[in-house]
Ligand binder design. Structure first.
Ligand code: NDP
Length: 447
C-alpha cells in the first residue's frame, strides 16, 4: 500500500478498530489506489484520503413505534451523509437486525465511488435501522416506517439527500416512508427513489441492479469472446437483486442453477425457468416465505439447509446477490476448480478480500460491486431526472440508458486499469476511476 494511504488507514484502524466492515472497504480502496497516489502528490497535499474516509455527517436517532400487541418498541435509525462533492447524498436504507455504524459506513463509503462511476451527479450516503421487517405485519412495518421518517425528513431533501431501498427495504417500505414524508412536508418531491409507478417511480428501477449486473458481466465476457448462452450460473439471495439477475440470465440463454436465502439454498441442475422464478418471486415478495418452499413445490429442485451455493455444484459464473462477505476463499477455490470464469458482484462486498485475490490470481473475470451493481443507483438517478422533468420514460428508454451506463462503467474501469498496466483488473479500475472524479472535485471545491 502507498505510504500516505497506509498512514491514513492505520489512523482509522487505531481510532475505531471495531468497525471491521468499514475498515475492510477502506483497505480495499486504498490498497488499489497505490499507483494513482504515487504519481499524484496533490491528493496527499489536500488530505483527500482523510477527508474522504470521514463522513461529512452521521445522524443517529431513536425510532420508537407501537407493535400489534400495543407494546412500545425501540430501534436505532441512522443516516450517513458521507460525501457530497459531486451531488446530493444518494444511497439506500437497510432494515436488518445486523445494521450498525460499521456496516452503514462501509456501504456509504462504497457508494461514493459507485455513484461517481455512474457518471451521474450523485454523492454518497447510506442509512437504515436494526429493525427486522421479517415476521412483522404490514401495519407494524408501516408504524415503524412512519416513525423512522418523522425524524429522517429533517435531514433529507431532493437537493440534499435522496435515500432508496436496500436489504429489507422494498416497494412496501418505500411507500410508507414516502407517504409520511409527503404528509409532514406537504410536498411531492423526489426525495426517495424506488417509488411505485403510481406515485412517481421509474420503469425498470426494480429490475435495474440485477439487469445492470448481467449487462456488466456480459461486457466482461465479451473481452474473452464469450457470453452467457448455455452457461451454468450460480446466484445467491432471492431478494430484489437476485430475482432480476436470474430473470435476465434466463433471457440471455443461461441456466440459473442456484438461489438462496438466509436459511439455505435451492439447486436446480437443469436451470430455473421463468415460470419457476415467478413462483419464487411470489413466495418472497408477496407471501414473504422461505425459499425452501420452492423445493417442496417443484420436484427437480433440491434444498440444502444452512448452505451457500458456491460449493454445491460446478458453474461457469457466480453472481453473489445476497450480502457482504458471503463468498470466502474456500468458496472461491471450489468455484475455480469447477471451471468458473466470471464472478460479478450484485451485492455489496460479498467476496472476502482473500477470495478476490484468489479469483484475480486465477484469471477469473471479477466485477466488483461498486461497478457491477451500480445499475440500481444509476436508474435511481434516472428516476430523479424523470421526476424533475415531470415525465416518464418507457421501459425501453430506461433499459437502453441503463445498458449504456453499464457499458460506460465497464469501459471506464478497463481504461483506468489499463493506464496502470493491468487491464483485466476491474478492482483497480473501478477504484481509480470512481475515486479520481470525487477527489478532483473536492480539490476544486476548496476545504
Ligand atoms: P433484499 O432484502 O431484497 O434481499 C436480500 C436477500 O439476501 C434475501 O434473499 C435475504 O434472505 C438474503 N440475505 C440477507 N442477509 C443475509 C445474510 N446475512 N446471510 C444470507 N443471506 C442473506 O435485498 P436486495 O436484493 O435489495 O440487496 C441484496 C444485496 O444487493 C445487498 O448487498 C445490497 O446492499 C445490494 N444492492 C442492492 C441494490 C438494490 O437496488 N436493491 C443496489 C446495489 C446493491 P432472507 O430472505 O432470508 O432475508
Amino acid at each position: 500500500m502507498n505510504n500516505y494511504a497506509k498512514l491514513v488507514y492505520e489512523g482509522l484502524k487505531k481510532e475505531s478498530p471495531w468497525e471491521k466492515e468499514f475498515l475492510q472497504s477502506v483497505f480495499e480502496v486504498f490498497d488499489s489506489l497505490g499507483p494513482l497516489l504515487d504519481s499524484n502528490a496533490k491528493y496527499e497535499k489536500y488530505r483527500i484520503l482523510e477527508r474522504m474516509a470521514v463522513p461529512e455527517r452521521v445522524i443517529l436517532f431513536q425510532v420508537p413505534w407501537v407493535d400489534a400487541k400495543g407494546q412500545i418498541q425501540l430501534n436505532r435509525g441512522y443516516r450517513i451523509q458521507f460525501n457530497s462533492a459531486i451531488g446530493p447524498y444518494k444511497g439506500g436504507l437497510r432494515f436488518h437486525p445486523s445494521v450498525n455504524l460499521s456496516i452503514l459506513k462501509f456501504l456509504g463509503f462504497e457508494q461514493i465511488f459507485k455513484n461517481s462511476l455512474t457518471t451521474l451527479p450523485m454523492g454518497g450516503g447510506k442509512g437504515g435501522s436494526n429493525f427486522d421487517p421479517k415476521g412483522k405485519s404490514d401495519i407494524e412495518v408501516m408504524n415503524f416506517c412512519q416513525s423512522f421518517m418523522r425524524e429522517l425528513q429533517r435531514h433529507i431533501g431532493p437537493d440534499t439527500d435522496v435515500p432508496a431501498g436496500d436489504i429489507g427495504v422494498g416497494a412496501r417500505e418505500i411507500g410508507y416512508l414516502y407517504g409520511m414524508y409527503k404528509k409532514i412536508r406537504n410536498a411531492h418531491e423526489s426525495v426517495l427513489t424506488g417509488k411505485s409507478l403510481n406515485y412517481g417511480g421509474s420503469l425498470i428501477r426494480p429490475e435495474a441492479t440485477g439487469y445492470g449486473n448481467v449487462y456488466f458481466a456480459i461486457e466482461m465476457l465479451k473481452t474473452r469472446r464469450t457470453d452467457f448462452d448455455n452457461r451454468r450460473v450460480m446466484i445467491s439471495g432471492s431478494g430484489n437483486v437476485a430475482q432480476y439477475t436470474a430473470w435476465k440470465i434466463i433471457n440471455e440463454g443461461g441456466k440459473v442453477i442456484t438461489m438462496s436465502d438466509s436459511n439455505g439454498t435451492i439447486l436446480c441442475e437443469e436451470g430455473l425457468t421463468h415460470e419457476k422464478l415467478e413462483f419464487i418471486m411470489d413466495l418472497k415478495n408477496v407471501q414473504r416465505k422461505r425459499i425452501k418452499e420452492a423445493a417442496a413445490k417443484f420436484s427437480d429442485l433440491k434444498y440444502f439447509e444452512g448452505q451457500k451455493p458456491w460449493r454445491l455444484a460446478k458453474a461457469d459464473a457466480a453472481l453473489p446477490s445476497a450480502t457482504e462477505n458471503e463468498l470466502d476463499l474456500k468458496d472461491a477455490e471450489a468455484l475455480v476448480k469447477g471451471g468458473c470464469i466470471c464472478v460479478s458482484e450484485g451485492a455489496n462486498m460479498p467476496t472476502t478480500p482473500d477470495a478476490v485475490e484468489y479469483l484475480l490470481a486465477n484469471n477469473v473475470l471479477f466485477g466488483p460491486g461498486k461497478a457491477a451493481n451500480a445499475g440500481g443507483v444509476a436508474t435511481s438517478g434516472l428516476e430523479m431526472t424523470q421526476n424533475a422533468m415531470r415525465l416518464n420514460w418507457t421501459s425501453e428508454e430506461v433499459d437502453h440508458k441503463l445498458r449504456g451506463i453499464m457499458s460506460c462503467i465497464h469501459s471506464a474501469c478497463r481504461d483506468a486499469a489499463e493506464e496502470f498496466g493491468d487491464h483485466d483488473n476491474y478492482v483497480l479500475g473501478a477504484n481509480v476511476a470512481g475515486f479520481r472524479k470525487v477527489a478532483d472535485a473536492m480539490i476544486e471545491l476548496g476545504v
